[in-house]
Design a protein around this ligand. Structure first.
Ligand SMILES: [Zn+2]
Ligand SMILES: [Zn+2]
Length: 572
């Protein structure tokens, strides 16, 4: 059983306990465990195999650890089954709607037979809900609003869409005289792959003026609320953006608070408690003297707790607080560490720009090298390279390298891993290339066993250097393929092959927790933008952000050493 399925069980338990009106602490304990399990880099299956203590997972105590073990070993949890049998089906779905309490949910399911949010919306339209509560239309109307809010909240958008929009807003507000520290907090600052509501914050000498300009920006669709220091708006795509202007003295603690994650902040508060300190968005209060200390920056806030500054990408309750206490946090990779891009398409296959144009653009980015990895013909992609054209391309790249206008170019290819695990180009041609990237682009519905065998076949091929976008997911569009990543990681180590962190914002594949696990095991990782144009070389920042969430230092990523070392790895 995978972590996502285990997390779902514990979230359900929390919902059902809420329905029973159980102790809120108990409910919160299950919610917290569910969240921690969902974001755990290592599969619990493997933790158990290796005899690891499940109580190492934040929020998992003895009782929940026992339940997880039961669930993993028997694929069932008696406690959960019994709890579920007490309620009509579908009830926990209704409980997710804010403002729908246990009693209301119970009546909606038992008296109207409603099991889904869609059914509830329909019943409201037909007037059935208003009738049920005999409170007129107000309760029903309120529920309808909450459903809309819930849908907005559910609607997380990829960071690749959110970031440019948010940067545009920030750029419009920053030039206003008196504005300082304007920044996006929340999951965007932590660089999560998708974001929900956006929290902007800053300080200003004249907050009301900033709020005025903000609510009148051309990209604002609707103003939900507006006050002298705070406003909430909706931008295209339905995303909610909140702007808060705060006191300069407390900016550090407020930014820390609104950056989250919730789990990180819970762990931090627990740590503060042991030191006799109470943490809040306003600062740190000494419990004995009741004195409040304010912080205008986050560094001082963390230092006050005896901690190293913790980068936002690490604030996910994955052990960062304990490690910060020892002063041993990783020196995270950053854009300036990147010396080249190792997955790029030119107009020889389905890219837009010529190899020379790509090389010049890479030079502008400050790169030293660039790998040209067009598609091979087997893929059926328009203009995929056959043997003859690949040979021509190799010749052109060698010529370009004699008079380097831009950067050093690596010859390469992105070959398809066929359904049977074979590669569709002859060995002697593959052997000539600097870099061979292999990837799955077809037959994605294979079973986990088939898919794993297929990718392991490619890893074991002596000419393959890298497996690109290993799970093939497309955010919001295509689920990841079924594949045993732990087996892939181990095979990559054994065969000294690299796995890609594909930096395309709709891919981000490997994703953060997989990167974390791969790095922990010692898998070599590369960053590839998969750019199909010069402009897309800038996707590298998304790859770097996700790699930081995986705790990667420069040494974990093959794009950081000088060319000689990269070639040494590829020609091993
Ligand atoms: Zn591909
Ligand atoms: Zn590609």
């Amino acid at each position: 059983m995978k972590n996502t399925a285990v997390a779902k069980v514990f979230q359900d338990i929390a919902d059902l306990l809420e329905l029973k009106g159980e102790n809120p602490f108990k409910i919160r304990a299950y919610q917290r465990a569910a969240r921690a399990i969902e974001h755990l880099p290592k599969e619990i299956e493997i933790m158990l195999e290796e005899g690891e203590d499940l109580q190492k997972i934040p929020g998992v105590g003895e009782a929940i650890a026992k339940k997880i073990t039961e669930l993993m070993t028997t694929a069932k949890l008696e406690y959960y089954e019994k709890l579920r049998a007490e309620f009509p089906e579908g009830i926990s779905t209704l409980l997710d709607i804010p403002g729908v309490g246990p009693k209301t949910a119970m009546r909606l399911t038992s008296e109207l037979g409603i099991k889904t949010v869609d059914e509830l919306e329909k019943a409201i339209q037909e007037g059935k809900v208003a009738k049920l509560f005999r409170l007129g239309d107000k309760t029903a109307e309120n529920i309808r609003h909450q459903i809309q809010a819930l849908r907005r909240k559910d609607q997380r958008i990829p960071i690749g869409e959110a970031l440019p929009m948010v940067e545009e807003i920030l750029e419009a507000l920053r030039p206003i005289p008196g504005v300082k520290n304007l920044i996006a907090a929340g999951s965007l600052r932590r660089f999560r792959e998708t974001v929900g509501d956006i929290d902007l914050m800053g300080t200003a000498d004249n907050p009301d003026e900033v709020i005025q300009v903000f609510t009148q920006l051309p990209q604002i669709r609707e103003v939900l609320a507006q006050g002298p220091t705070k406003a909430s708006v909706i931008v295209p795509g339905g995303l909610q953006v909140d702007l808060r202007l705060v006191e300069h003295d407390s900016f550090g603690s407020l930014l820390q608070y609104f950056t989250g994650s919730k789990e990180h902040n819970i762990c931090l508060r627990e740590k503060g408690m042991k030191q006799g300190l109470k943490l809040s968005e306003y600062g740190i209060t000494d419990r004995t003297t009741e004195k409040l200390e304010k912080f205008d920056n986050e560094e001082d806030f963390y230092h006050r707790l005896g901690l190293q500054y913790i980068s936002p990408e690490l604030r996910e309750a994955r052990g960062e607080i304990e490690i910060a206490e020892q002063g041993a946090l990783p020196r995270l990779i950053q854009m300036s560490d990147i010396r080249g891009d190792l997955h790029v398409h030119s107009d020889w296959s389905d890219g837009h720009d010529s190899i020379a144009e790509l090389a010049t653009a890479a030079k502008v980015m400050g790169y030293e090298y660039l790998a040209i990895t067009d598609h091979s013909i087997g893929l059926g992609i328009a203009r995929g390279l056959n043997e003859e054209r690949l040979r021509q391309q190799i010749a052109e790249i060698r010529k370009l390298n004699e008079h380097p206008e831009g950067v050093h170019l690596l010859t390469g290819i992105e070959v398809d891993i066929r359904a049977d695990g074979k590669i569709d180009l002859p060995e002697e041609l593959l052997a000539e290339l600097d870099i061979v990237i292999a990837a799955v682009h077809s037959a994605m519905s294979q079973s986990e066993e088939q898919m794993t065998r297929r990718v392991l076949g490619a890893i074991e091929n002596p000419h393959v250097d890298v497996i690109a976008h290993p799970t093939c997911r497309l955010l919001g569009e295509r689920e990841p393929v079924a594949i045993d990543l732990e087996a892939v990681f181990r095979a990559a180590i054994k065969n000294n092959k690299a796995l890609e962190i594909n930096a395309m914002p709709e891919r981000l594949d490997l994703k953060d927790i997989h990167i974390f696990r791969a790095r922990e095991l010692g898998v070599k990782l590369i960053l590839g933008t998969d750019a199909h144009s010069r402009a897309q070389l800038s996707f590298m920042k998304f790859g770097v952000g996700i790699a930081r969430r995986g705790w990667c230092e420069p040494e974990h990523i093959l794009n950081t050493p000088p060319l000689k070392e990269v070639l040494a790895f590829l020609h091993r």
